[in-house]
Ligand binder design. Structure first.
Ligand code: 5AD
Ligand code: SF4
Length: 471
């Protein structure tokens, strides 16, 4: 048994990590033919991408995917720790698995991902969730075949969570969930240590993949007919800093643009690392989508300092204005936390006024959720939950107003949409515009999923737009 340790998770060193190649031994291939797995994913795109690899590894072992957990032989939750409610959802699901185990004791239950990296969660699992057979963290995901084998062949619980990142593993198998849109990891981990955030502990230090490995993956996606990639990292802007002296996110984005993939998105960007080179490249290449996710978290410099965000209200706005000026028709979205410890009514009003200025195209708004072992846990918090809920409500009123106002400006305009599928309404398709807006539309001519079509916008709503394909 190997449990995570928060102190070790927090340490960073200059040790060079190795890049190793994944392989599965031939005896394991198809060993579990006839068995099925159920995999549920919580949280961010990084977890979704990890699950595409987990599913592929299980399929190599011979498992078939089963969408109904009640029928599966192996049940795995890939979990998220970002806020308390993510925890609650996963524990709720474990409750259902417990009932199932009573009628089908032969099933194997596993939990992996960010929650597994938390000592308190592992302790809880050990004490009160004895029916969970297998726990592994984000640092040994590639060891799934070995761990599954152990879990199926022994009654002993397998708990193997490393506190520190291991080698960077290439050539992991992947079964992508979409035929036209793909996620491409470029950097793992985060070294920013924002005081509220658990990610630097659960995902480890920043580790960039080698540019050759990334570009090879994108080239393959181009050959396979993919239309859009989203370049992923907890903080993509830190790309290359741990690996190269003169090759960073701007250079990488430019090389990715040159592969000719029709659409490139990237997320998430920390305002602190957003360079002029990046802005120049985003503005220059038509296949880099003019849509930037730029989390602000708060409009008050005092709160930003307490959050450890390394920028002020003023420097954020300077960057915001620069991106708006240089990247034509860019849309900017953001993340905001309300009710951070120490946030007064005046601080919150600064967040509102910043939103009035930025008129974001999308915003993900959250109430501060205290995470065990983060510096913010120790800060004094005088705001009641009721007040925090009131602030969230007022904030949403402001941001929603601008979503609609911005969308209205698109009425009558023609936008390019990557067709993703038929929407629930009959004869309607849906897809996203270059600026990442959800478009529901009709078409008189034949179109198929994966096409990029011109759509004239007929009416705007707060979270989507309606339109019709231009003849
Ligand atoms: N409480 C509330 N929101 C959080 N986020 C990260 N940690 C917390 C927390 N402890 C939000 C931030 C981040 C987004 C992914 O989740 O806004 O940008
Ligand atoms: Fe968390 Fe801050 Fe890193 Fe984002 S940049 S993952 S908010 S520590």
């Amino acid at each position: 048994m190997l449990l995570p340790d928060r102190k070790e998770e927090a340490t960073r060193d200059k040790r060079k990590y190795k890049t190793v190649k994944y392989s599965i031994d031939s005896k394991s291939k198809n060993k579990y033919k006839g068995k099925t797995f159920y995999l549920k994913t919580y949280g961010c795109q990084m977890n979704e991408r990890d699950s595409e690899t987990l599913a592929a590894m299980l399929k190599q072992l011979g498992f078939k995917e089963e969408k109904d957990y009640r029928k599966a032989d192996f049940l795995l939750l890939n979990t998220c720790s970002i806020r308390e409610n993510a925890h609650n959802k996963a524990f709720g699901m474990l409750g259902r698995f417990k009932h199932l185990k009573q009628t089908r004791p032969e099933i194997v239950i596993g939990l992996c991902g960010c929650m597994a990296q938390e000592t308190s969660v592992c302790e809880e699992l050990l004490k009160n969730y004895k029916f969970v057979n297998l726990v592994f963290g984000t640092h040994n995901l590639d060891k799934l075949p070995i761990l599954v084998d152990k879990a199926f062949s022994s009654d002993e619980r397998q708990i193997e969570v490393y506190s520190r990142e291991q080698d960077l593993v290439e050539d992991l198998p992947v079964i992508r969930s979409n035929k036209y849109k793909a996620y491409v990891n470029i950097i793992y981990g985060c070294d920013k240590f924002c005081t509220y955030c658990i990610v630097p502990y659960t995902r480890g230090r920043e580790r960039s993949r080698k540019k050759e490995d990334i570009l090879k993956e994108v080239d393959t996606l181009v050959k396979d007919g993919y239309k859009e990639i989203t370049v992923l990292g907890q903080n993509v802007n830190a790309y290359g800093k741990d690996l190269y002296d003169d090759y960073f996110m701007g250079e990488l984005l430019e090389d990715i643009a040159k592969t000719g993939i029709p659409r490139i998105r990237f997320m998430t960007s920390h305002p602190w690392d957003f360079t002029d080179k990046m802005i120049e490249v985003i503005g220059k290449y038509d296949n880099i989508m003019p849509s930037v996710h730029l989390p602000v978290q708060s409009g008050s410099s005092k709160i930003l300092k307490l959050m450890g965000r390394r920028y002020t209200r003023e420097s954020y706005l300077e960057l915001f204005d620069k991106i708006k000026k240089i990247v034509k028709n860019v849309t900017i979205s953001t993340d905001i936390i309300v009710g951070f410890p120490g946030e007064t009514e005046e601080d919150f009003e600064e967040t509102l006024s910043l939103c009035e200025y930025c008129k974001y195209d999308n915003a993900f708004t959250f109430i501060f959720s205290v995470r065990r072992g983060t510096p913010a846990e120790k800060l004094k918090d005088n705001t009641t939950l009721k007040e925090k809920e009131g602030r969230l409500y007022r904030l949403n009123e402001v941001v929603n107003k601008y979503f609609l106002e911005n969308n209205k400006k698109l009425e009558g305009k023609v936008v390019k949409v990557l067709v993703e599928g038929n929407s629930t309404k009959s004869n309607m398709y849906y897809g996203y515009s270059e600026t990442n807006k959800l478009i529901n539309f009709t078409s008189k001519k034949d179109i198929t999923v994966g096409d990029i079509v011109d759509v004239k916008i007929t009416s705007a709503k707060t979270w989507s737009l309606d339109g019709e394909v231009v003849e």
